[in-house]
Design a protein around this ligand. Structure first.
Ligand SMILES: Cc1cc2nc3c(=O)[nH]c(=O)nc-3n(C[C@H](O)[C@H](O)[C@H](O)COP(=O)(O)OP(=O)(O)OC[C@H]3O[C@@H](n4cnc5c(N)ncnc54)[C@H](O)[C@@H]3O)c2cc1C
Length: 382
């Protein structure tokens, strides 16, 4: 079997792999380097939509499909439509992102995108061998975005919840959606002992992506997500007449577990597999965009790949939040409801973006139900 050597190998051409290869392609440091990016998929289907909030213009604006200036939050006793200025909530279709990056890198002489399923990755301490059915590749700088829950399940120090969901793109028979408002979280639906909410992204008055989402430990049978979406359309939106245009589903890990033990000096896990999903929210796309430049700077420094740490004080806040959510999953709605009642979404977004100072952090904590957090803090200390 042929063995080919590359300066850099990226496993997985998803959000993290493509952002990394794109950043390499734009940086003259990598001009004469050989870079291989592998994916089992052709990346020619629209397998997901990414949303995130952002202040003003951003690096992905050319491929943003829809923006909203308002978000709607509903709890059990409180509901409000918020203007989120200076933020906007933005949506990108997966396929547009894949096409834009793959188009850019195809003209780069050093970068090769190859469709191949990785069957094994062997790290002998000096170099990493990446195996596929047809060829094997070796490299001293390998970036791996293949995530599995097994990476987190050998430990119990950090609970592992999932943000799991099924979404339907629906076309309704009558206009029911507010096109300038994304329903960020609607907890007015039955909680059934978990943290369950609806997420609605309208693209026109009669088209939207509606996702039934849980922050909980275990997945549900598919029919349960689907029934919840049907009920929401009929009861909450008063629109039993609709067509399902497309569907999506996902499970994003929510854990403060630090993935660092999986890295080595020659191989670094990135994206979800690198712990880049924000533990308390599951938002990964913008977190990946923010982490990529730091990784590029680290690669250029020539330091071992496992010595880069992204840990900040926000890791500890996420840890306490997940402890609270794990201990009493049925009360999750109350944490969000209290927060959105007491704090402006701008303050919440800034905090979740990890841009707040300590005084602002305290403000957000005081705006949450403080007792469960204090209990969680004591449990962690003692
Ligand atoms: C449906 C869905 C919607 C989401 N929406 C949002 C959102 O709105 N906002 C947000 O911030 N986050 C969102 N996320 C979470 C997160 O942003 C995405 O999961 C994101 O794609 C993670 O990037 P990644 O590179 O870690 O993984 P992926 O993008 O999943 O990339 C991994 C890649 O590895 C490839 N692969 C897998 N196995 C192999 C193998 N054996 N050999 C070769 N290649 C392989 C896959 O084909 C894939 O291309 C969503 C996730 C899903 C699933």
């Amino acid at each position: 079997m042929t063995v080919l050597h590359y300066d850099y190998i990226i496993i997985g051409a998803g959000a993290a792999g493509l952002m990394l290869v794109d950043a390499m392609g734009k940086d003259s440091f990598f001009k004469d380097k050989s870079i291989l990016i592998l994916d089992k998929d052709t990346k020619t289907t629209n397998d997901r939509t990414w949303c995130f909030w952002e202040k003003g213009e951003g690096q992905f604006d050319a491929i943003v499909d829809k923006t909203w200036n308002h978000v709607y939050f509903a709890g059990k006793k409180f509901a409000k439509r918020f203007n989120i200025n200076p933020y906007t909530y933005k949506m990108i279709r997966g396929i547009d992102f894949y096409n834009s990056v793959l188009d850019r890198i195809k003209n780069h002489p050093g970068i090769i995108f190859k469709q191949a399923e990785v069957t094994d990755v062997l790290d002998d301490g000096t170099q990493v061998t990446v195996k596929t059915a047809e060829e094997n590749y070796t490299g001293r700088n390998v970036f791996n975005s293949l995530f599995s829950y097994d990476m987190t399940r050998h430990q119990t120090t950090y609970p592992v919840l999932q943000q799991h969901f099924i979404g339907w793109f629906v076309k309704t028979s009558k206009p029911v959606f507010d096109t300038d408002q994304a329903t960020y979280m609607d907890f007015s639906i039955p909680q059934k002992g978990n943290t369950r909410f609806m997420y609605v992204l309208p693209t026109s008055e009669n088209e939207a992506l509606i996702e039934y989402t849980l922050f909980s430990e275990h997945l549900l049978p598919k029919a349960e997500y689907e029934k919840a979406i049907k009920d929401y359309l009929a009861n909450n939106l008063d629109c039993p007449d609709y067509e399902i245009m497309d569907t999506e589903m996902g499970s994003i890990p929510m854990t403060a577990y630090d993935f660092k033990e999986h890295h080595s000096k020659n191989m670094r896990y990135i994206g979800t597999a690198g712990g880049w999903a924000k533990p308390s929210t599951g938002y990964t796309f913008r977190s990946t965009a923010k982490k990529t430049p730091k990784l590029i700077a680290h690669i250029k420094s020539g330091k071992p790949l496992d010595t880069l740490s992204y840990k900040t004080k926000f890791w500890f806040y996420d840890l306490l939040f997940l402890d609270v959510l794990y201990k009493d999953n049925a009360k999750g709605y109350n944490v969000f409801e209290t927060l959105f009642k007491n704090r402006k979404p701008q303050q919440v977004f800034k905090f979740l973006d990890e841009d707040t100072n300590f005084a602002e952090d305290i403000g957000n904590m005081m705006g949450s139900p403080i007792i469960p957090f204090i209990k969680a803090l004591f449990r962690r200390i003692f």
